[in-house]
Each structure stands twice: as structure tokens, then as C-alpha cells.
Design a protein. Sequence first.
Lengths: 113, 260
Amino acid sequence: MAGPDEHLTQLRKGSLQLAVLALLASEPRYGFDIVEALAAHPGLDVNAGTIYPLLTRLKNAGLVETTWQESPLGPPRKYYRLSAAGTAELAAQRAAWDQLAATMTALLAGTAR
Amino acid sequence: MKPPLTSADAYVAAVARELRMPGASRRAALDDLRSTLADLVREGQPDAVAALGPASAYAAALNEDADAQPRLFGLPNSFGPGIGRRIAATFDPADDHVIIPRVYGGGWTLNAGAVAARLGLLNPDDLDDEIAAEAVEGPGRLAPLVAAVPSVVALALAARAARRGGVPLFDLLARAGVPLVSLGLAGLAATSGFGPRERLAMPGVAAMVGSAAVGANLPADASPRRAAPTLAAIGVGMALSFALKVLPLRAAVAARVLRG
């Protein structure tokens, strides 16, 4: 039987992309900023090695657009913002999430804790 | 006469086209898929193919399992298909592993991207297809030419050894064969046959292999003094390989910052 951490990892796997798209809906962010913003949410604190390849995939898929800006320390930072396709993807994934969450909540409500 | 092609056959063929596994594991995966489809039909599933979802997704799931590195006596071994992917892996700042399986053959190599990110020369998320294309077409245009230099030197050394004579033919073929491969790799980096991330990493790999070939073509024996030039050639190769991967990307990023 998997432990609570393993359950969280499995559930998070499918929702991480939605979480990143949601973070970018409000403002453009750079990579490490996204890692830290996710870490501030309990259950979404994944390591940077998971987030950076995900950001690259989102970029290659055209869901985010990027600009580079000088950084006060270190090399220039890449800022991510949602593209039009990314905004549409966020809406579609949010609808799917809402539907699944409602279904699961109703299903679990019928079981004993 | 062959039986008519069913949609199950077409599905298996579509998965096979996108499957990256080699040899026996590939045959086993495709056999599993055929028997799964047959089971679904036996169980009365009206459309067995639809039940499995898109062929590309099915192949992707199998590829994900297969991407676990094959090992032989504990050593990672990389002889199968997917050489472009393994070349790109030698320059992947988003992967925080510094030591990764070799591009070809058994053992390990360095991920220059992880090293550059740890040294603060790049951010882990700097490299994507778009900036890689800009780096390859812009500041990295000269990289294949520079990368070819060690291979040409190694070939010249092999030619000199051949002229002098006394070197067994098999030895000469090995001395010339390796730099010919690295020269070919540097040439491929200048063509558009591969993706931008492969092309960005290729000159560095070619320079490393070419420099190692220079080292192997230099006179050396067991004494440390005679081995020094060989070790120096390998050291130069490592530095050149690192620079040929990192500098074009850094220059492309700098150009982007300037453009705003």
C-alpha cells in the first residue's frame, strides 16, 4: 500500500501543468519564481528538476510565450506568460478539473471516512 | 494471399512507427499489444482499437517506460536507436543530472547543460526549441567548423602514421575511422536533418570525439611524461566541447535581451 506522499505524487502528476498555467494567468514569471510560487502551496512543492522540463514542454507546445530580461544577479532571466493557446488550454483544463472535482467529491461523500 | 489489413493491424503499425525501443523489448511490447487487442475483441468490446486511445499516446506511454536506461553489468549502455535524443541530452540545462549515459557505447558522459547551470552561466530553463534554433542559425553557425578542427588534425596524424609505415592496418582503420565519424557529426550539425537541440549539442560532441582521436593518435606509452600530450588533447576536447555548447546559447540569449 502506498503512503500518503505517494498518493499526493500520483494526484499531482496530472495537475501540475494546470497549476503552472494558473500561476501564469495573473502575471508573467521567471522559472525560479514559478518553482518558489508552487512551493508556497501545500502539495505542489515539487523539485525544480520537474518544473524546468515542464516549462520547456509548454514553450515548445506554444502554450506560453517568453521574453528575456536582465537579472540583477546571474544570467538574464526568461519570463513566461500565457499565449492565446495557453489561455484557451487553461480554460479547457479548468473545466475538466471542475467536472472531475465535483464528481469525485460527490462520489466520496457517499463513503465512510 | 495475405489477409486484409484490419484496423488492429493498422493500430499496431501506427504504435510501431513511434516506438523507440530496440530489438527484443520492442517485439515483446508489440506482441503484448496484439494480444491485448485480441483479448478486448474476445471480451466483446465492440471497438478494441478505440478502447486503447490514440496510437501516439499508447506509444508515448511505452516509450516512457523504455526510457529507463538499459544497463549491462551495471554500466549504462547506449547502442540502440535514439542517438539524436542522447546527443541532445549532453546539453540539457533543465536536467539537473551532471553525469548521464554516454551517447554511444557503455559508460557515462557529462551533461554540459547541468554543469553550466550549476556554474551560473545559464538558467536551467534557458533552452527551448525556439532559442536553440536561433543559436544554431545565428551565433552557432561557426560551431560545426570549429568542431571539425580536432577531427581534421586526428586524420592528418593518422595519415602521417600510414606514410611512415609499420602500423598494422586494423590499427590505422581505427585511428582514421573515429575522426571520420566525428567529422561526419560536425557536418551533420550544419545540415537541417536534425532538430535544433540536437544540432546545438552536436558540434560539442564532435569536438570531444575528435580531440580524443587526436589523443589516441599521439605517441604515448605507460610513462606519465609520454601520456601527457594525450591527456592534454582530451582536456582541450572537454573545454572545447563545453564552450561549443554553452557559448552559442548564451550569445542567442544576449541577442534576445538586446532586442527586448
